[in-house]
Design a protein around this ligand. Structure first.
Ligand code: AMP
Ligand code: GLY
Length: 421
């Protein structure tokens, strides 16, 4: 099998490393990839949004299967484009990817099919939004841009003043562009958060092992929301009973709902859950592997990923047994100082070997480039330093030990991954 991975982050590097374990793999390509990925796969500098170029490249290299990892190309129909030229592609088509691309769509879907989620209102202009918030007069209140915003389009406002500013930022200053044409204003929920990624072929849904993301930039859950600063798997708050309840009240109803809407979802569907005192509720859906959730879930996957991709694409997921390793996993993200706002690039990274790795851990590269036999920073989230061990505590210890060996100017990472709710 020749496989093409589309994307360039830590998640894609984790997928690449898993694909390399498959005895069925012949050649592995990645477009555009990054510094670390270039040590593991043949990288080609094609924009993830350039469908025509991607297809030409895939045809030229006789690609047997494509993996579309990021949200933007999925929402834009990259999978549809490959299907149209008969190249199997893993991921939802554009019609199904809307479950992530529009929060208005996903909230309305949950309401229609009785899938538990926070109470909400959709509003399409700033004045009405502010009026609604004033009338509700309940704080904190959650304000979400409708469209994609790199995981940063959600603002939790503690006061009316903050809420007003958030509405202005999203709907008038258009901080997230057209993603802020509408907002979802939502009830604030509390409880532990759980990420459950699942494989689904549109009919059957098989959850992967659970994980927990740490979204805030700084220790003790302070600072802005980021794409994710670190993860652990399994999630200590997610019991077997909870998993069973979620399967019945959330996972299966969602797959059925998408089918009923004529938007059968094939690929990896990510359930962002909150375990509230009134039961588990959906905070968000993502149409793809989470980043950095993939970095702790995939090292635990025992079954051949190519076999699973094939089963999903052929709609015979019910026929495959997916197995997992018992070891726990932890990932600590090393970011550029200033992320998720402004940060410098092109800073030399030391402490990595020629392949961008350190002993005792797996280093997934997110924002790096490889030049003259050295690695340099090239993004906000730079590395996802991951370790597995029989206990979560040991996995965290190993990951932090590896982090301590890696240096770059102004590096920032959280020191409390696995320790907060
Ligand atoms: P989202 O992009 O929708 O996952 O939101 C980002 C983060 O904001 C979530 O991981 C939660 O920590 C938080 N959040 C989103 N919606 C709510 C809510 N209704 N109540 C409390 N926290 C929320
Ligand atoms: N880590 C959260 C996400 O990928 O959306």
């Amino acid at each position: 099998m020749n496989v093409l991975m589309i994307g360039s982050g830590g998640r894609e590097h984790a997928l690449i490393k898993k694909l390399l374990e498959s005895p069925r793999l012949e050649k592995l390509y990645c477009a555009p990839g990054n510094g670390g990925i270039s040590r593991d796969a043949i990288c080609e500098n094609i924009s993830v949004m350039d469908k025509e170029h991607m297809i030409r490249f895939a045809q030229d290299k006789k690609i047997d299967m494509v993996f579309v990892a990021p949200d933007d190309p999925l929402a834009d129909g990259m999978v549809d484009a490959f299907e149209a030229v008969n190249i199997p592609a893993f991921g939802p088509n554009a019609k199904a990817a809307v479950i992530e691309a529009s929060k208005v769509f996903s909230k309305d879907l949950m309401k229609k099919y009785n899938i538990p989620t926070a109470k909400y209102e959709v509003i399409d202009n700033a004045n009405d939004a502010i009026k609604y918030i004033q009338e509700q007069n309940e704080f904190p209140v959650v304000i979400k841009a409708d469209g994609l915003a790199l995981g940063k389009g959600v603002i939790i406002a503690e006061s009316f003043e903050d809420a007003k500013n958030a509405v202005h930022t999203i709907m008038e200053d258009k901080k997230f562009g057209d993603s802020g044409n509408k907002v979802v204003i939502e009830e604030f929920l509390t409880g532990p958060e759980v990420s459950v990624l699942s494989f689904t072929d549109g009919k059957t849904v098989k959850p992967m092992v659970s994980s927990k993301d740490h979204k805030r930039a700084y220790d003790n859950d302070k600072g802005l929301n980021t794409g994710g600063m670190g993860t652990i798997s399994p999630n200590p708050y997610y019991s077997d009973e909870m998993a069973e309840l979620c399967q019945k009240t959330i996972f299966e109803p969602t797959i059925k709902a998408m089918q009923s809407e004529g938007r059968a979802f094939k690929g990896c569907l990510y359930f962002g859950l909150m375990l509230t005192s009134k039961g588990p509720k959906v905070i968000e859906y993502n149409a793809r592997f989470g980043d950095p959730e993939a970095q702790v879930v995939l090292p635990r996957l025992k079954t051949d990923l190519i076999d699973i991709m094939e089963a999903v694409i052929a709609e015979r997921l019910d026929n495959i047994n997916i197995e997992w390793f018992n070891d726990a996993a932890a990932c600590v993200v090393m970011a550029s100082g200033g992320y998720p706002e402004s940060y410098k690039k092109d800073i030399e990274i030391t402490g990595l070997d020629d392949n961008g790795q350190v002993d005792g851990a797996i280093v997934y590269h997110a924002g790096t480039v490889y030049k003259d036999n050295k690695f340099y920073t090239n993004g906000g989230r730079v590395l996802g330093v991951t370790a597995t061990a029989p206990t979560l505590e040991n996995a965290l210890e190993k990951a932090y030990k590896a982090v301590s060996k890696i240096k770059f100017d102004n590096a920032h990472y959280r020191t409390d991954i696995g320790k907060t709710k």
